[in-house]
Design a protein. Structure first.
Length: 123
């Protein structure tokens, strides 16, 4: 498994069983209506990809890089996983939850990342 956020390699920190990547449809809510048959009609305008993972043993250098990424309007993500296609995408929202613990050499962190990539402009 390989995961890089704005060139910061997070591969060595990934808790494998916590990783998920879901692509879901996005509909234009302003164009939704009920037709004459009483059916809800929605206009599909694209999809978005949500990547969630838990990291453990994250170094302070990686934490600083992730915090800097979280402050940006968009970041780039590259991901390779053995059971899915490679993915390279722009992320508009990066959420990070950090918990620090003292390690032997330096402070280490566990982190949860949630990244959302809209492939359209109507989220």
């Amino acid at each position: 498994m390989y995961l890089s956020v704005n060139s910061t390699d997070l591969s060595g920190f990934i808790t494998q069983e916590s990783f998920s990547c879901i692509t879901e449809p996005v509909y234009d809510a302003s164009a939704e209506y009920i037709n004459a048959n009483g059916e809800r009609v929605r206009t599909w305008c694209g999809s978005r990809t949500v990547v969630k993972t838990r990291l453990s043993g994250v170094t302070e250098a990686a934490v600083r890089a992730l915090r800097a990424c979280a402050a940006l309007e968009s970041v780039s993500v590259v991901m390779f996983a053995p059971d899915r296609e490679s993915l390279s995408m722009g992320i508009e929202r990066l959420e990070i939850k950090l918990a620090g613990v003292d390690g032997d050499d330096e402070k280490v962190y566990s982190a949860e990342l949630e990244m959302c990539s809209p492939d359209c402009g109507c989220l």
